[in-house]
Design a protein around this ligand. Structure first.
Ligand code: FAD
Length: 465
């Protein structure tokens, strides 16, 4: 029933077809937008166009629109959508531009609606709600909230856009306590293709509210305001540990136990495990990142939930610190540039040693082939493990549940994603095909051993997914 309703919303809003229609009559939509907005349109070979064409990956930056339009208000967005849909013009919407693949939030020869100027961050008088404009990056939000002793469930990288992260899901430092970012949106302001402005909350357009929490945004409308639940928050604690690849098995099993038992016992704890492969030797290094939403007492101690890792020998490097949310958004940011791809497979955290060995062996074989065939290009593969413990799955049931369809009985889960970067465009096919095959092989292994979960996390989904 809900699927039917989603399709209906998409058809009624007309956005899905408008954004992809191939019979665009090449009427000059850019000129019409410029006339209607009295400016706010940027054309190729201008400084404004070059500045707006900032994307995390090179492939998105190379996908060039006829113009960028930069509405400043919700009525501006309504005007833009009316013009574009009337002309049947192909368009896309951009917030932080962090989808890696071409066309993610860029469009060749179409119009890119860049929301950069709709960037308010307003705290309600009772400090319970923060209204956030869709053109913000997460650092804009945390820099406003940190001095107030407030936070919202949001991104972990300073430059990621609020919109994409909130509309696709949103794994946050605070997810153990509150769920993913989308589970903590009280209300959306949405402009439909018709130009009508509507609101979606548990009490108003509740089906759209459900769909926007994880179903991706652009199929349903352009979100022009997110009202986010706020909470009191002070400094965080961060701890990082790196180990040589010889310890991968031990570290991954430790992370598995943390997901199954540790994180549900201490919802303020958060962790990510990355196994990076050296671009030239294929030698791996495992890095554990631990965060805690409260500073441990006594100062300098390690919270009990992470203690099992402290006794592991052979750590190559460790670091600990405390600081604001903004500090860690900046510290953990992944720089712009380079060619990028990724994709994810979700498995039960209750996997056996065989599954772990199979996945790591598929990853190593794929990486060795890239070293062999990449012509000396700097191809940098990563396997990223992110926990979806039962406490997070329980939080996802709030407000009528989100669009993922996951329940605590599906968990605990681990998302295995495979981000990769490289520099030579000649290797695009080689790398992207290798990621696609790796994802298929890992999914097949997980299915064979009965630990596959069909859910794919949109925000780390590859083009083939
Ligand atoms: C370095 C890095 C760090 C990341 N960290 C995290 C993390 O901590 N947690 C996590 O869960 N994910 C994370 N991600 C994944 C991230 O959530 C997704 O890539 C997300 O889509 C990026 O959002 P954006 O606004 O920057 O992207 P964009 O590319 O601008 O937009 C993403 C999609 O949303 C659509 N869209 C944008 N704005 C709107 C709007 N207002 N209304 C309707 N549709 C809209 C776009 O058309 C596009 O389809 C990270 C990604 C990167 C590259």
């Amino acid at each position: 029933m809900r699927v039917v309703q989603l399709v209906l919303i998409a058809v009624i809003s007309g956005l899905a077809s408008a954004a992809t229609n191939s019979s665009y009559p090449r009427v000059n939509a850019c000129a019409a937008l410029e006339a209607a907005l009295l400016g706010d349109v940027a054309y190729p070979n201008t400084t404004a166009y070059i500045q707006l064409n900032n994307y995390w990956s090179d492939q998105q930056r190379e996908t060039l629109p006829r113009c960028f339009v930069t509405p400043k208000t919700t009525p501006d967005v309504a005007t833009v959508l009316k013009i574009l849909t009337r002309q049947n013009a192909p368009f896309t919407v951009k917030s932080g531009g962090h989808v890696p693949f071409p066309g993610g939030s860029s469009i060749e020869n179409g119009v890119t609606i860049d929301l950069v100027h709709i960037n308010g961050v307003d705290v309600s008088a009772d400090r319970k709600t923060v209204s956030v404009g869709p053109g913000n990056r997460w650092l804009n939000v945390t820099e406003k909230l940190d001095p107030l002793g407030l936070a919202v469930v949001g991104g972990r990288d300073q430059n990621v856009g609020v919109s994409g992260l909130l509309l696709g899901g949103g794994i946050s430092f605070f997810s153990g306590i509150y769920g993913w970012a989308c589970d903590n949106v009280r209300k959306y302001e949405v402009v439909l293709a018709s130009g009508n402005v509507i609101y979606a909350s548990p009490n108003e357009n509740s089906d759209l509210y459900w769909a926007l929490r994880g179903g991706g945004g652009l199929n349903y409308g352009v979100v022009t305001r997110f009202d986010l639940a706020a909470f009191d928050q002070g400094d965080l604690w961060l701890h990082m540990l790196s180990f040589p690849g010889t310890e991968n098995r031990t570290i991954i099993v430790g992370f598995q136990n943390l997901t199954i038992e540790g994180l549900p016992r201490d919802p303020a704890a958060h962790s990510v495990l990355g196994v990076a492969s050296d671009p030239f030797t294929g030698v791996t290094t495992a890095t554990l990142t631990f965060l805690h939403a409260g500073v441990p007492s006594p100062p300098g101690s390690v919270p009990a939930v992470f203690q099992p890792f402290e006794s592991l020998p052979k750590a190559l490097a460790t670091s600990s610190s405390t600081g604001s949310v903004s500090k860690y958004l900046t510290l953990l940011a992944t720089p712009y540039g380079g060619r990028r791809d990724w994709g994810n497979v979700i498995i039960s955290a209750n996997f056996s040693q065989v599954v772990l060995d199979d996945i790591m062996s598929l990853y190593a074989k794929r990486n060795a082939a890239l070293i062999k065939n990449g012509g000396g290009d700097t191809i940098a593969p990563l396997a990223l493990l992110q926990a979806i413990p039962v406490n997070v799955l329980a939080q996802m049931q709030k407000n009528g549940g989100n669009a993922f369809g996951l329940t605590p009985s599906d968990g605990p889960l681990i998302m295995v994603s495979f981000p990769i970067s490289w520099t030579n465009p000649a290797n695009d096919k080689l790398v992207m095909n290798s990621t696609k095959k790796l994802l298929a092989d890992v999914a097949a292994t997980a299915k064979k051993h009965g630990v596959y979960n069909p859910y794919i996390y949109l925000n780390y989904a590859g083009l083939s997914q």
